[in-house]
Ligand binder design. Structure first.
Ligand code: HEC
Length: 121
């Protein structure tokens, strides 16, 4: 049971929380795809180039990545962790992720995406 003061505090916090939510700008980051793809890099390595045994996805073609992700998303049964991952994104987000990963070279600077050694292409 809340005391009247606590109840008022709870209501005030809730109001502030809701107002703060309304005030948040609905910003679309120009590099959303980089942020979404960084999730992938936690398992597949920086820029999609793993250190260990994980599947290398960096530099694969955007088309093949997108098709694989769409297949994983819609295959209807869960065969592995990727099916669950793919379901977490809209088709458009998957396309943007695929394009971002396809553009990553092994030697790309993770911060800027710039490549010193262009040989990877
Ligand atoms: C929690 C770890 C993890 C994360 C995060 C992850 N993956 Fe994977 N991924 C895997 C594993 C494990 C496999 C091997 C197949 C399987 O078990 O489903 C895989 C396989 C793949 C494959 C198939 C590769 C091939 O050679 O056939 C693609 C493409 C892929 N992942 C893309 C992505 C993308 C894009 C993201 C981000 C949206 C992502 N993965 C995030 C673990 C992960």
């Amino acid at each position: 049971m809340l005391l009247p003061q606590q109840n008022l505090m709870a209501k005030t916090s809730l109001t502030l929380f809701v107002l703060a939510g309304c005030a948040l700008p609905t910003t679309t980051f120009a590099d959303d795809s980089r942020i979404w793809a960084s999730q992938c890099f936690q398992c597949h390595g920086t820029n999609g180039y793993p250190v260990g045994d994980m599947d290398e996805i960096g530099g694969k073609s955007a088309k093949s990545l997108y098709e694989e992700l769409i297949e994983m998303k819609y295959r209807g049964k869960t065969e592995g962790i990727m099916d669950l991952h793919a379901r977490g994104y809209s088709d458009e987000q998957l396309r943007m992720i695929a394009e971002y990963i396809a553009a990553q070279g092994e030697d790309a600077d993770p911060e800027t995406g710039e490549v010193e050694d262009e040989d990877w292409r």
